[in-house]
Design a binder for this molecule. Structure first.
Ligand code: ATP
Ligand code: MG
Length: 137
């Protein structure tokens, strides 16, 4: 395994419930290092651009509205197998199906308001990191 980077977003349902510290602890406790981070409120253009792959899905409008409904903490996590490790820490998209102890099992409210985003492949991670941190070396 080689060192890898992935993009994480702590979503509005979690930031508004003051869960940022608890969620970041899951990353750091598992050996991932936070190499960049910023708290932002996304515009509909940014949220729609970021989730453009889901443009045709019935929940797209709801997803964009939700992602703009409060602050999000966007970060870059680095470590061994970071993409897959972060997905494991997050748990399944639907919190009802997320394994015990995962971030979504512990903190998510619903399939839409599910606490965190994580890149799902190394290729998408590179694109998503560029989207939010174009200056990051
Ligand atoms: P993410 O991309 O946010 O890390 P994911 O990869 O687990 O989540 P995707 O299938 O990429 O899941 O869906 C993107 C996001 O769209 C989900 O995290 C969730 O917020 C929202 N979403 C997915 N399915 C539904 C649904 N059936 N109804 C409402 N919102 C949904
Ligand atoms: Mg996804």
């Amino acid at each position: 395994m080689t060192k890898q980077r992935t993009l994480s977003i702590i979503k509005p349902d979690a930031t508004t419930r003051n869960l940022v510290g608890k969620i970041l602890s899951h990353f750091e406790d598992s050996g991932l290092t936070i190499v960049a981070a910023k708290m932002v409120t996304l515009t509909p253009e940014q949220a729609g651009g970021f989730y453009a792959v889901h443009k045709e899905r019935p929940f797209f409008g709801e997803l964009v509205d939700y992602m703009c409904s409060g602050r999000v903490l966007v970060s870059v996590l680095e470590g061994e197998d970071a993409v897959n490790l972060n997905r494991k820490l997050m748990g399944a998209t639907d919190p009802k199906k997320a394994d015990p102890g995962t971030i979504r099992n512990l903190y998510a409210e619903s399939i839409a308001a599910n606490a965190v985003h994580g890149s799902d492949s190394a290729e998408n991670a590179a694109t998503e990191i560029k989207f939010f941190f174009p200056e990051l070396k």
